[in-house]
Design a protein around this ligand. Structure first.
Ligand SMILES: Cc1cc2nc3c(=O)[nH]c(=O)nc-3n(C[C@H](O)[C@H](O)[C@H](O)COP(=O)(O)O)c2cc1C
Length: 181
């Protein structure tokens, strides 16, 4: 049975977190194990670009990325949920991506399944969350992962707006169950 790690790009208990929690709870009903990581609430140094990790696959910093990387190595599916900010993923997600560079040089992300989810306040036809989701899949491609699903949620302004989109959420979760198993 596969395992998934869900990375949440917003620090508030808003739409991204509420979606992550719902996914985790529903997966659990099918005995699928998943872990939620909220990088913004952790101690994570910014990548300095020293490139030492390209040589030895290890970052010089000692912080919460060590346990995050262990989790990612344990899981075969990565689900990234980001709020759309300026048509892009959140800064917390970018910081997290950069700190995954130690896994690049020795191909440890290669062939992991990748799910990109972007949430935005604007309507779908503005293409704002589309761009944010595209940035996530660009990262996955660069890291040699396989994007198996891209999903967008629009019109999410207040903390829990996303929970009104029950059909979309159920559809997403059914797809995730098939992907992760
Ligand atoms: C700095 C900032 C920039 C934002 N830029 C966009 C944007 O470009 N497009 C969009 O649709 N929503 C934008 N939003 C709205 C958030 O994406 C939206 O409220 C989302 O549901 C927040 O997710 P959260 O509740 O998980 O934090 C922005 C919000 C912030 C704080």
């Amino acid at each position: 049975m596969g395992k998934a790690v869900i990375i949440v790009g917003s620090r508030r208990e808003g739409n991204s977190y509420n979606l992550a929690k719902k996914i985790k709870d529903e997966l659990k009903k099918d005995r699928i194990v998943s872990y939620i990581i909220i990088p913004g609430n952790q101690k994570i140094h910014l990548c300095t670009g020293c490139m030492d990790c390209d040589e030895n696959g290890v970052c010089d910093f000692t912080d919460d990325m060590e346990k995050n990387i262990d989790r990612i190595l344990e899981c075969d599916t990565l689900i990234v949920i980001t709020p759309t900010r300026w048509n892009l993923p959140s800064g917390d997600i970018k910081i997290f991506m950069d700190r995954l560079n130690p896994l690049y040089s020795n191909n440890k992300l290669k062939d992991k399944k990748f799910v990109a989810i972007a949430i935005g306040a604007t309507p779908k036809d503005v293409y704002s969350s589309y761009d944010a989701a595209k940035a996530l899949t660009n990262f996955a491609e660069s890291a040699k992962m396989k994007t198996v699903l891209t999903y967008e949620f629009n019109n999410c302004v207040d903390f829990k707006d996303i929970l009104n989109q029950e059909d979309n959420i159920n559809n997403l979760i059914e797809k995730l169950k098939i992907i992760i198993k």
